[in-house]
Design a protein around this ligand. Sequence first.
Ligand SMILES: Cc1ncc(C[n+]2csc(CCOP(=O)(O)OP(=O)(O)O)c2C)c(N)n1
Length: 569
Amino acid sequence: MKKEKKTVHSVAQAFLALLADRGVKYIFANAGTDFAPLIEAFAKAETLHLPVPKPIAVPHENVAMALAMGYTMITGDPQVVMVHTNVGTANALCQILNTNKLNLPVIVTAGRTPYTEENVEGGRSIDIHWTQEMFDQAGMVRETVKWDYELREAGQLHAIVDRALNISKALPKGPVYLTLPREILAADIGEVTFDPATQHSNATVPYPDLNAIDQLAECIMKAKNPMIITSQLGNIIEAVKPLSDLAERFAIPVTQYRPRTLNIPTDHPMHMGFDPSFLIGEADFIIAIECEVPWIPNVKKPPSNCKVAHIASDPLYTAAPHRGFRADFTITGAADTSLLALSLAMDSRLAISRDRLETRRSRLKKLKKSLNEEWQNQLTRSTHSSPISPTWLTHCLNNVIDVTSVVMRESPLDLRYLERSHPGTLFGGASGLGWGLGGAIGAKLANPDNLVVATEGDGAYMFSNPVSAHYIAATLDLPFLTVIFNNERWDAVKRATHAMYPEGYAKKRNAAPLTNLQPSPHFEKVVLASDGYGEMVTDPEKVYGALERALKSVIIEKRQAVLNIICGE
Ligand SMILES: Cc1ncc(C[n+]2csc(CCOP(=O)(O)OP(=O)(O)O)c2C)c(N)n1
């Protein structure tokens, strides 16, 4: 195979050329003195029209990570984030934790403070080159990335960059971390040749053991009340249809618990909402697909005779230190191929179980009807409640966006009232708050024709570095809508306290210290600093009008918009 020759001078330049060659489009960077060779390489590439990823200066590492997250949520492709030594890594860490749990591939690179004190190009030239050095900088992130390495010499570049990409993209996808010492980046290497990417091919996806699938099919077909619980099966967009087909054909209800992606269309007859407790008490077989936490044992558990199967690319969730859910089947397999195989295996047993299926189907139809009625009643009750109910706000938002709009959920958005039919149009977080705004902007970058909505709690909005995020959206011309469900507190923390101490002082006094965020800032004014549109809403009757004005701003005027909606329970 033909090698491609590129004349370069520094490793930094070869690094950028290689990334471009491998299809990396963006480097979201928060620079420091460690970046000098890269900045020079970018400037040279711009002058000489050499192909390199587009450099985007992001004023906070948390947002840089979130941009890469949003981009890969839509495309599945990893982009590069580059941060400044240990301090930039520290600021990026919260979102590195998220990418790990959400299985999002991101190549996180960081400068490594120069090693040398004298006589080497790129060596130490300022006091921080001593004060930022750590014994093990990558140790800060090692537990939360799939792989980390420090580039030791120029000759490794090619293999190491491909290795980072290969590992990040292998299922389950996730972040990798590469440190780049300044002396190595600055090294002059003259002419360089790249082997084609095909010589470092990507790993195949895990295919399930068909014997295990066959046994599982047998058990599911014998079960009276099987159910499926999933959280992020939709990470593999191609898995949504096989799940929908299987659930429909075999009358198996699906709960999307704490959904991090859209896993089944919300109008699907077998979609039974978002709370496993609704069905779990009656279940005799649970299939948890890409679901690290299928239920909360302290809240409601399946009956003791209920068998459980886990299907995932890593069904042991090896990054979780303690996880003790019952597991009669633990099947390693990508969600799409596993579901297709399971469907085939169940098909061959369909004839003997048809009556049982039809009985179940009609029971589930009634159950779904009563669930819908209950949801409708709650919506009716919420319509005029003041302060504005998150249920009503979700319903209004739902009615003004279209099917392809992308919704980021980092808020008390009431999922029951958000209709989503297209895979890849709903995303949720996993642990650390603060990804929502950057995530929305990254998604908009990946698909500029779509409306993207960041739904944020007031807490999440503040965690998302709003000044940096709105700045980036304005600079990159990526107008998006932010809807803040502003309950003027950290409600999740307050609820956790009340749940633990139902008769406690915090509950009785209805004042939980460390959860109150009053007086609430005028969040709608923050976006004005980046020439966006902002509005505060307190009256439930005015929600639609505000949404229309904000959408006009985003879609017609191409200005980002923030609605600060003062909400109640
Ligand atoms: C980075 C980070 N810090 C703290 C937390 C703990 N935490 C979980 S939910 C929550 C409150 C979030 O407040 P808000 O976004 O306003 O939503 P609400 O709970 O009010 O619905 C906090 C602080 C977290 N998950 N991530």
